[in-house]
Design a protein around this ligand. Sequence first.
Ligand code: NAD
Length: 267
Amino acid sequence: MNATEDRAVSELQPIVLKGKRALVLGIANEHSIAYGCARVFRRLGAEVAITYANEKSRAYVEPLAKELGAPIFRQCDVSKPGDLEAVFEDVKSTWGSLDIALHSIAFAPKDDLQGRVVDSSAVGFGIAMDISCHSFIRMARLAEPLMPNGGTLLCMSYNGANKVVPNYNLMGPVKAALESAVRYLAFELGDKQIRVHAISPGPLKTRAASGIKDFDLLLNEASERAPIGELVDIDDVGLTTAFLTTPFARRLTGTVTYVDGGLSIMA
Ligand code: NAD
């Protein structure tokens, strides 16, 4: 964000997310998309709860949680039974209710991620689906009782869900399932005013992205072919994600919103 844009965002603070409480899952370090989202939520006035996946990542996430003034900071490995439930217990006892829950988590075992979909193992596919998709559904289930006055559930997808992106491999079908889950959850939770969205960012250099073979080629292609002509950054993703949580988007649900400088419209 440049200084003018930054000032514009800060000036919105009193009216946009003040008093809102946001749970953010998926910060690994300062490059994480989830950190960009948490930073914008905070700048717009929300309080944020932050988790880290394991002891190794704690050292990178703790200073960010401090900077964001997070009243809740705890470990959560979504593949460990009880971890996600414990986070929601903490949210309940600290805040009593929740307005926003963001899932920015993906994982696939390396051999399966870097091999052909045709060769993917049942175990690897299952792990990728559980951590990257079903944990979003579990998050939604736990958030529902804490959102008696409505709220917004958000997750991160990628255009490899719809189009074949070489080297994205089994994450393509997994993200397709995630986008479909967004639509079903939006349908099932709509009468409670709980809105559900996927955000689909263009390529960003993060730790998760480093597991994708030849990821630098995707970055080069994005900056050359996107109509806006620049790579997106984590603040760009954060701003659009925050928009979806506001009354400006109160009649939107079940969408997949591209934050990719227009890359996905290109043939
Ligand atoms: P990242 O590595 O910063 O974030 C991925 C997060 O997933 C990490 O915080 C990691 O700890 C967490 N995670 C993995 N397994 C977990 C588990 N079992 N329990 C809890 N957390 C776990 O990378 P990122 O690029 O910020 O990824 C965030 C999301 O954005 C992912 O869903 C990814 O697919 C999506 N996405 C990324 C890009 C990109 O180009 N980087 C593009 C589109 C979508």
